[in-house]
Write a protein that binds this ligand. Structure first.
Ligand code: ATP
Ligand code: MG
Length: 383
């Protein structure tokens, strides 16, 4: 009896299909380490909910640690992003014990005091009578100090990771974009890199905070190909000496339709139905078919909880999309189905994008993010 190696709802250890992204990250890190220079590109991996953004970033974090980089990880959305980043930089500086670091520490400590500028709490700032520092300059200095501290403690440099970038507050995004732009221009010999991830609307959110952010490097993460999906099912079981029968694999792949979250879910269901198999056992076709039933009920819960979070207006748009088809749809066609103009649906479009229920695969188009969601909506509302 072995515990399931599948990870629905948590990050995946094996991430087939992400080799090109990992090799890009690896090359960037190699270059930063060898030349001691900044990776100037602000890297952003974008994709819908459940596609594997956090798993990729966590793998990248591991790579960076293995290569002797100091790392900082922040998930945006809980508090102000700039403040969280400065706190993490401060922690890095604080952790270095040598003498030079103490100078850095005290300068960062002073900057922390000017943080009200970051939070845009100007009233508090005026009362405190401290010299003002624009938030982007504080961030810039914090990144420099933390990178220096990393070098002093024998590391190759600093790698910053930010997840859920689209959730960050606007003031912080502006500060971060400007800080990075300053560093690009001014800090050649700084072994620093940034890798971030966000939903499909990240570009819109970022460019809204700083127009030049449209030139940042956006890389789209898509669902997995059939071959990659196969690996996603075979590899975790294989590590425990368990095989999938060819027919069982075929059934599971059809249910998952290349969506990483569903691959983990069907894998987990199959593992359960197969009775937590021991090494040398095989998941059979019959077990996979039974796992499919279990999967369907879990998928229904998943879709229902997504629908429960929508407003009436959002639901109208989803229903119109569902009646059209599953694949990518022209915005104009969706508006036409609702009998309104494309601008009339822009508010719902934006909120559904920010909830990750739909994505814009290219300009002027929309599609559902999870396979089968459209069909589910048609069934629930008898469309
Ligand atoms: N390359 C992959 N192959 C197989 N499964 C994966 C892969 N990447 C991620 N997963 C699995 O897919 C699910 C979603 O992964 P993850 O949380 O990384 O996605 P995400 O894009 O960050 O989602 P969210 O937007 O909800 O935060 C998890 O169950 C994870 O184990
Ligand atoms: Mg995530």
């Amino acid at each position: 009896m072995q515990m399931s190696p599948y990870t629905p709802g948590t990050i995946a250890e094996e991430i087939p299909g992400r080799e090109s992204q990992l090799s890009l990250i690896s090359q960037r890190l190699e270059r930063v380490a060898q030349l001691g220079e900044m990776n100037k590109q602000f890297e952003i991996f974008v994709g819908p909910r459940g596609v594997g953004k956090t798993s990729l970033l966590r793998k990248a974090e591991k790579l960076a640690k293995q290569r002797q980089f100091e790392t900082i990880w922040v998930t945006a959305g809980n508090s102000e992003l700039a403040a969280a980043l400065i706190d993490e930089c401060y922690r890095t500086v604080e952790a270095t014990s040598n003498k030079l670091a103490s100078a850095l520490k005290s300068s960062l400590q002073r900057m922390k005091i000017t943080l009200p500028v970051v939070t845009l709490d100007l009233q508090q700032h005026e009362q405190s009578n401290l010299p003002t520092q624009p938030a982007e300059r504080v961030l810039e200095a914090a990144f420099k100090a933390a990178t220096d501290a990393a070098l002093q403690s024998g590391k190759k440099g600093l790698v910053v990771f930010i997840d859920e970038l689209q959730q960050a507050d606007k003031a912080s995004l502006t500060a971060l974009a400007f800080a990075w732009q300053h560093l690009q221009a001014e800090a050649d010999h700084l072994p620093l890199a940034i890798f971030t991830a966000g939903l499909g609307n990240t570009r819109d959110v970022l460019t809204d905070s700083a127009s030049f952010a449209e030139r940042f490097s956006y890389r789209h993460l898509a669902n997995l190909s059939p071959q990659e999906s196969k690996l996603a099912l075979i590899l975790p079981a294989g590590k425990l000496g368990v095989k999938w029968h060819t027919e069982a694999l075929k059934t599971a792949l059809e249910f998952a339709a290349g969506y990483p979250h569903f691959l983990q879910l069907i894998g987990d269901c199959a593992w359960e139905v197969a009775g937590d198999p021991d090494a040398d056992e095989e998941i059979t076709a019959v077990q996979a078919a039974a796992a499919g039933e279990l999967f369907k009920s879990k998928r229904t819960e998943f879709f229902a909880s997504r629908l429960a979070k929508t407003t009436e207006k959002e639901l109208e748009l989803l229903q119109a999309m569902a009646t059209l088809q599953e694949r990518k749809l022209r915005r104009a066609d969706i508006a036409k189905a609702l009998g309104v103009s494309t601008t009339d649906i822009s508010a719902q479009r934006a909120s559904l994008l920010s909830k990750g229920l739909i994505e814009a695969p290219e300009y002027g188009y929309l599609q559902f993010t999870a396979p089968g969601f459209g069909k589910y909506i048609r069934e629930v509302y008898a469309l």
